[in-house]
Design a protein around this ligand. Structure first.
Ligand code: PLP
Length: 481
């Protein structure tokens, strides 16, 4: 070791001295002695390596007057970062209201309060207060779900993917399930009907063709080893043109004749007719049951606007078998989700006030005029902050519901439209740079890029004041990659 290196080593403070520094007492108090010690040790190790490698920046820093203070500051920052959650709120200005990557539905206040109660106190989750004996977790939701859908019985699991796996595994294990080739859907995030069938232990029997499937295709597909007939709602795409599919009621009739169940995976699934809110029509769970489906599965956090959950409704006999499957225990809904879902389902009992009480519906039904008003309040501030970087205007755009629901039905909306001011050939880098700067804000702003422009669809923006306030912190730069 050179004497130079040894001299530098001597400039490094002892770990005990660091831990006694006034500067670090607050962070020790906040996060504990051990975490600060661990971080201090690792920072000192980094410095030792830098010294061995004769890193000039590090060697210079060591000899400055502020070195000790700055090192403490670095340790403090690192510890605070370690403890800060990586899960943070963002502004969803993508124009996709139910955005799977951004957490889907925002819950109503009443559900939040129920979550707090369920999380902080013992509850009668699985306890029958009358008999003093073990109760059933499903009992809390079952009646409300049956009332609203007309089903005889109901159960709830972790998400709709789990619901589909559970239903198939219970009713069709090692047996065949005919499904139309036009319904072999893939939902984002690796949910593909053929793979789901496989993991549930069922044999998929493809029926018909991509664009046309007829009753005779189903009839020909059914044999002694057919467990049930299944229909999957093609929520995230539509097949147009020369098409044919067999309706729910026809399939239900066929299944009845063959004495096998008919099940329908609705995907998004809505409890009430959305047309009353000026939204596009989507079959309700009740309608599908009325048309003869024996079991229907749907999501709690898509069109329903609740927490992530998978809801299974249907005949008492089939739901009883589903509840008895050991997989049900593995896929069961958690108490916090259950508390929230209960409140969301309750809101549906009063459809007149649903649009003001359910955040998802409030966003979906927000008028272009109201969105424009938000835009007018923000526009001058964003123009000011991006002056010289981009031209910002307020214009029309279309929002979509998202999560596969009603993909072709777009909602009229308003967006801030950002066009970079840059030399030809550099506009993309500028645009990506602005998008990244907006994502780097304390509450990241997430828009969408379309046609060389960055769009902030304002449909879901509520906190105008905070949006404007944090614009002061924007640090613009060009993306160089
Ligand atoms: C979304 C969807 C699922 C999966 O639901 P998750 O709640 O996301 O697990 C299953 N089937 C269909 C048809 C869907 O649209």
């Amino acid at each position: 070791m050179s004497s130079n290196t040894e001299t530098s080593f001597k400039l490094l403070p002892a770990i005990e001295k660091l831990l006694q520094a006034t500067r670090l007492q607050a962070v020790i108090e906040g996060y504990g002695h051990d975490s600060v010690k661990l971080e201090a040790r690792s920072q000192l190790q980094v410095l030792r390596e830098a010294i061995v490698q004769q890193n000039q920046d590090a060697l210079d820093w060591l000899t400055t007057d502020n070195f000790f203070d700055e090192l403490c500051h670095k340790i403090e920052e690192a510890v605070r970062t370690q403890f800060s959650s990586s899960l943070i709120p963002v502004f969803n200005l993508t124009g996709t209201v139910v955005h799977t990557n951004l957490g889907r539905a925002k819950l109503p206040q009443i559900a939040i309060e129920a979550i707090i109660t369920a999380a902080t106190q013992a509850t009668n989750l699985e306890y029958d207060l009358e008999s003093g004996k073990r109760g059933d977790r499903d009992s809390h939701l079952e009646q409300a779900l049956c009332n609203i859908t007309g089903a005889e019985s109901a159960t709830v699991v972790n998400n709709n993917a789990a619901a589909v796996v559970l239903v198939l595994n219970t009713l069709a294990f090692r047996q065949e399930v005919p499904i139309s080739r036009g319904e072999l859907v893939e939902i984002g995030g690796a949910f593909r009907i053929p793979d789901v069938m496989n993991s549930a232990g069922c044999h998929l029997k493809e029926v018909g063709t991509t664009n046309r499937t007829h009753m005779k295709d189903y009839v020909n597909a059914i044999n002694d080893n057919t467990a049930l007939v299944m229909k999957v709602h093609t929520s995230n795409y539509k097949i147009k043109g020369f098409t044919n599919s067999v309706s729910e009621s026809e399939l239900a009739q066929l299944a009845r004749e063959k004495d096998i169940p008919f099940i329908s995976d609705l995907g998004s699934g809505t409890l009430i007719d959305l047309k009353q809110f000026g939204l596009p029509y989507e079959p309700t769970v009740k309608e599908v049951l009325d048309s003869g489906a024996n079991v229907v599965t749907f999501s709690g956090d898509k069109l329903l606007g609740g927490p992530q959950a998978g809801i299974i409704v249907g005949s008492r006999e089939l739901i009883t078998r589903i509840k008895q499957n050991p997989l049900k225990r593995a896929l069961r809904i958690d108490k916090i989700t259950l508390a929230a879902l209960l409140e969301v389902i309750n809101l549906y009992k009063d459809p007149q006030r649903l649009a003001e009480r359910l955040p998802l519906l409030a966003d979906l039904t927000r008028s272009p005029a109201a969105i424009e008003e938000t835009g007018n309040k923000i526009l001058p501030h964003l123009q000011d902050k991006l002056a010289g970087w981009a031209k910002v205007t307020l214009g029309s755009c279309k929002s979509q519901i998202g999560s596969g629901a009603l993909p072709l039905d777009l909602l009229e909306s308003r967006a801030l439209i950002i066009e970079p001011i840059a030399a030809k050939g550099e506009t993309d880098a500028h645009l990506l740079g602005i998008a990244r700067s907006m994502r780097a804000l304390p509450m990241p702003v997430i828009g969408r890029i379309s046609d060389g422009k960055l769009l902030f669809d304002l449909r879901c923006l509520r906190d105008i004041n905070y949006f404007v306030e944090q614009l002061d912190l924007i640090q613009l730069g060009v993306l160089e990659d």
